[in-house]
Design a protein around this ligand. Structure first.
Ligand SMILES: [Cu+2]
Length: 471
């Protein structure tokens, strides 16, 4: 496994540039107006149609009568797969587009989503109309009955939402008995189990996810909720919270803990094939079937496929880099004084036995499957690798890893996926040089950090890292 991995890096809407917002809106609008030959709906509308069908409309096969995506453990894996497919569909128009997340615990994030330069309905529909003057962002007229169910059709077949949506009003309707939505979210992240009453999945779905749908209103409260592109930003945040919880020692099969088969229904067990990626085992009624895209019988997905976001092809932009071999050792960057580019780089990069702001990084995509690793604490400081002379593996490693206040080839890296789901971090300038972490003795937090981070000309356990989404 030596080919660079292209991970879609998803970020908060608050961190998007005006250009990134424009590109996202344009890709969404193009998907809305592209129809694959032989299908009844546009490639965008195939998403709401699929979501409606899974929402309890299956009539035949093992999943008949079962909602394979809500009210049970498959809620998170099903939507993770659904979102990833939507993201890939957008990337056919613009490879730089990734799904942003709407952090609804933060009124500023809500307001940014609803602003007219992004997904605020008026502005969004106006932009869609500019691109495609005849049709705008309407719901499909050949499926009004289904796509428009329960709607106030006073705007005809156009997208609808409640009026007067503001970040402050969401905050007050979402926090419940907690002092803030953020407090409610941190309570969620402290849950110890995935399943069960009052545990992670149920609380996230019922107490946070459902009320956001209700608050947006309009299409968002129907089974056809993906008609509104805000659905994907909402669910991206739901997925991010799952990814963060998984990172905090709740990863893997043990923290899905739903054997196959189990009582919620087929599709929710860890190894169940989930509709519509179940090889044609289950189906829906003829009216809906005629609107669905064709899912090849070889296109198979189970919840166990969705337990690691990097395996699914994406990551959230704020990460921790943890050694595979030394599970206590996290990449630490002391970027004090790193303010202007200097030849030999500056600052210190080593290891730390806990995670604070100095151990958190933004993964910054730079195109062509290359990434910079930027400190959260010291936003000027990027990981720098001087891999001169790193040509053959040597015991103590070689080269220098520190910080730089700018990004050139020495601060660019390829991520090389390893068979165990970890990554090697390889220099673009010095293709033999991989990040090496000697975390011996890194067992307790110490102010100055510990261990050694430099380069190695091969990849073994000390050169493998887990890229873990963090808050
Ligand atoms: Cu859903």
């Amino acid at each position: 496994m030596t080919d660079p991995t292209n991970l879609a890096v998803r970020k908060n809407v608050l961190d998007m540039s005006a250009d990134e917002k424009q590109r996202f809106v344009e890709a969404v609008t193009r998907l809305k107006h592209q129809t694959t030959t032989g299908t009844a709906l546009s490639d965008y509308d195939a998403f709401p149609a699929t979501h409606m069908a899974v929402f309890g409309s299956l009539t035949t096969g093992p999943q008949a009568g079962v909602d394979g995506a809500h009210g049970g453990p498959a809620f998170l894996p099903w939507h993770r797969e659904f979102l990833r497919r939507f993201e890939l569909a957008l990337q056919q128009f613009d490879a730089s587009v990734t799904l942003p997340y709407w952090d609804w615990s933060d009124p500023a994030s809500t307001n940014a989503v609803l602003a007219n330069d992004f997904l605020g309905l008026t502005g969004f529909l106006a932009k869609a109309d500019q691109m495609f003057p005849d049709s705008g962002f309407d719901v499909p007229t050949n499926a009004t009955g289904i796509f428009g169910q329960g709607l106030d059709n006073s705007r005809g077949a156009m997208l609808t939402r409640n009026s007067n949506l503001t970040g402050a009003s969401l905050e007050s309707s979402l926090r419940g008995s907690f002092p803030s939505v953020a407090a409610r979210v941190s309570d969620l992240l402290n849950k110890t189990q995935y399943n069960g009453s009052g545990q992670f999945r149920e609380v996230l779905e019922r107490n946070l996810h459902n009320p956001v749908h209700g608050w947006v209103g309009g299409h968002m409260v129907t089974a056809a909720s993906p008609n509104d592109p805000i659905f994907f930003l909402h669910h991206c945040n739901v997925d991010r919270l799952w990814a963060e919880w998984q990172t905090q020692n709740h990863g893997g099969r043990d923290f899905y803990n739903t054997p196959s088969p189990q009582k919620v229904g087929v599709g929710h067990g860890i190894d169940d094939k989930i509709w519509p990626w179940d090889g044609g085992a289950s189906g829906t009624n003829a009216t809906l079937e005629a609107l669905l895209p064709s899912y090849p019988v070889t296109d198979l997905v189970t919840p166990s496929d969705e337990l690691n976001c990097t395996s699914t092809g994406f990551i959230y932009n704020k990460i921790v880099v943890r050694s595979e071999h030394f599970p206590k050792a996290h990449l630490r960057m002391d970027g004090r004084g790193v303010t202007v580019p200097v030849g030999p780089g500056a600052g210190t990069v080593n290891c730390q036995a806990y995670v604070g702001a100095w151990e958190k990084f933004h993964l910054v995509p730079l195109g062509g499957g290359t990434y910079a690793v930027r400190s959260v604490q010291f936003p000027q400081a990027r990981l720098r690798m001087d891999g001169r002379g790193v040509t053959v593996p040597v015991g103590p490693g070689a080269g220098t890893v520190n910080c730089q206040a700018s990004v050139g080839a020495w601060e660019k890296f390829h991520l090389i996926r390893q068979g165990d789901g970890s990554f090697a971090i390889r220099s673009v300038q010095f293709p033999k040089a991989r990040l090496r972490m000697d975390g011996q003795g890194v067992t307790e937090p110490v102010g100055a950090g510990a261990g050694v981070v430099n380069c190695q000309a091969s990849v073994a356990a000390w050169e493998r890292f887990h890229l873990l989404p963090t808050a």
